[in-house]
Design a protein around this ligand. Structure first.
Ligand code: PLP
Ligand code: COI
Length: 354
C-alpha cells in the first residue's frame, strides 16, 4: 500500500531552537528537535502524515489513552557519519514491531510508507539535529495512542501516530547495578510483554523505585511463574557470559524481541563467540558468580546500546562481576556502533541510509 510519495504536507518552524542546545553535554531524551511528524486515524483509515513544528497536542479528557492505556511506541536512533550522511539501523524491524504491538492492543496497523517515508522526510528536515559526538545520536520516538473519545471500555475510533526526535547522549551514566526480582512481574504468559506498550513501562516503575531505594539502578525481571528464570533487564534484553559462552533467554510472549539483542546474536555467531539462546535460571547465575565462572552480564537495547552490569543483588546478598580487561560487552558495542555510524563495513545489511 504505497500512496505517499511527495504527499507529505510540511509546515516548518519560524524559529529554530537548535542554537539553544549544548551538543557537547546531551542528556538522554530531554531536548527535542524542531519538527515532529503527526498522522491521524479517523473514519476507518490512516490519513497522510504531516510534518509540523514540535508542539503540544490537545486531547479530549475522555480520550481512551488516558483511561484504557491504548498506546504503543518504538525506539530508534539516527547517526551521522563524517561525510554528513544520515543513517538508521534496521528501521523496517521497528516498523514491523510497531504493528505487532499495535495488533495486540487492538490499534489499527499503520501503512509502511507512512512510517518510512514520513520518518525519512522528518530526518531530512531536522538533519542538523543529528549529533556527531562519540556516543551521541538522534533518538527517535515513534508512538501511537488512542485519541478517540468515550468512557466505553473498547478500542477507540481515532488514533494519533507521532514521531518526535531528541538529540541524546548516553542512557546510563556510571555503573549499573541490578536487583533480581523475586516478587513483581513485568509480564505474564498470554499478556503484552512482547509488545512495546506504554503500560508495560508504567508497571515497572514502582518495583524499580523499590530497587533504587536499595541502591540498584534496574530490576532484572524474572518469569512470572516462580521467578526462577532471568528474562529482561529493565528496558533492555539481557546477556550473561559464563566462561566464554554468551547466553540470552529465548523470546516469548513475555519478552520484547529486541533488535539490539538479535543483532548481538548474529554478530557473536559471525565472530565465533559461542552464543546460546536458552532459558537461564537465577540459580545458574548465582552459582556461576560464586564459583567464578560468571564473567559478564550486560543489558542490550536501542537507548542503552550495550550496558555492562557491575553487580547484582539477590535475596539480600550482593554479587560483584569481575573487572576484565577485555570484555564481550565493549567489543560487541564497538562492532555494533561502528556499523551503525558507518565506520565499519556492514556485511549484514543492517545500516539504512536515511
Ligand atoms: N526490552 C524492553 C522491555 C525494551 O523496552 C527494549 C527497548 O527497546 C528492549 C528490550 C531492547 O529492544 P531494542 O534492542 O529493539 O531497542
Ligand atoms: C529503547 O531502547 O529505545 C527503549 O525504548 C527503551 C526506553 C524505555 C528508553
Amino acid at each position: 500500500m504505497s500512496t505517499l510519495t511527495n504527499n507529505i504536507e510540511i509546515i516548518k518552524t519560524e524559529a529554530t531552537k537548535i542554537n539553544d542546545v549544548d551538543f557537547d553535554n546531551l542528556k538522554f531524551g530531554d531536548v527535542f528537535s524542531d519538527h515532529m511528524l503527526e498522522c491521524d486515524y479517523k473514519d476507518g483509515k490512516w490519513h497522510a502524515p504531516k510534518i509540523v513544528p514540535y508542539q503540544a497536542i490537545t486531547l479530549d479528557p475522555s480520550a481512551k489513552i488516558f483511561h484504557y492505556g491504548q498506546s504503543v511506541f518504538e525506539g530508534m536512533k539516527a547517526y551521522k557519519d563524517t561525510d554528513g550522511k544520515a543513517w538508521l539501523f534496521r528501521p523496517l524491524d521497528n516498523f514491523k514491531r510497531l504493528n505487532i504491538s499495535s495488533k495486540r492492543l487492538a490499534i489499527p496497523e499503520l501503512p509502511e510508507d507512512y512510517f518510512m517515508e514520513g520518518l525519512k522526510t522528518l530526518l531530512d528536515i531536522d538533519k542538523d539535529w543529528i549529533p556527531t559526538n562519540q556516543g551521541s545520536s538522534l533518538y527517535i520516538r515513534p508512538f501511537i495512542f488512542a485519541s478517540g473519545k468515550g468512557f466505553h471500555a473498547s478500542p477507540a475510533d481515532a488514533y494519533k501516530f507521532i514521531i518526535c526526535t531528541a538529540p541524546s547522549g548516553a542512557y546510563f551514566s556510571g555503573e549499573v547495578r541490578v536487583l533480581i526480582e523475586e516478587t513483581y512481574s513485568r509480564s505474564a504468559n498470554g499478556g503484552v510483554g512482547f509488545a512495546k506498550a506504554g503500560g508495560n513501562y508504567a508497571g515497572q516503575f514502582y518495583p524499580t523505585q523499590l530497587a533504587v531505594e536499595k541502591g540498584y539502578q534496574q530490576v532484572i525481571w524474572t518469569d512470572d511463574n516462580n521467578h526462577e528464570y532471568i528474562e529482561e533487564a529493565g528496558a533492555m534484553n539481557i546477556f550473561i557470559r559464563i566462561n566464554d559462552t554468551l547466553i540470552t533467554g529465548p523470546t516469548s510472549d513475555r519478552i520484547l524481541d529486541g533488535i539490539t539483542r538479535k543483532s548481538i546474536i548474529e554478530l557473536a555467531k559471525a565472530e565465533n563467540i559461542p552464543v546460546e539462546v536458552r532459558k537461564i535460571s537465577v540459580k545458574e547465575v548465582v552459582e556461576a558468580a560464586k564459583n567464578g565462572t560468571l564473567k559478564e552480564m550486560f543489558g542490550a537495547g536501542t537507548a542503552a546500546v550495550i550496558s555492562p552490569i557491575a553487580g547484582f543483588g539477590y535475596k539480600d546478598a550482593d554479587y560483584e562481576l569481575p573487572k576484565l580487561d577485555k570484555t564481550y560487552a565493549s567489543y560487541l558495542k564497538k562492532r555494533i556502533t561502528d556499523i551503525q555510524t558507518n565506520k565499519a563495513e556492514d556485511p549484514f545489511g543492517w545500516r539504512y541510509e536515511a
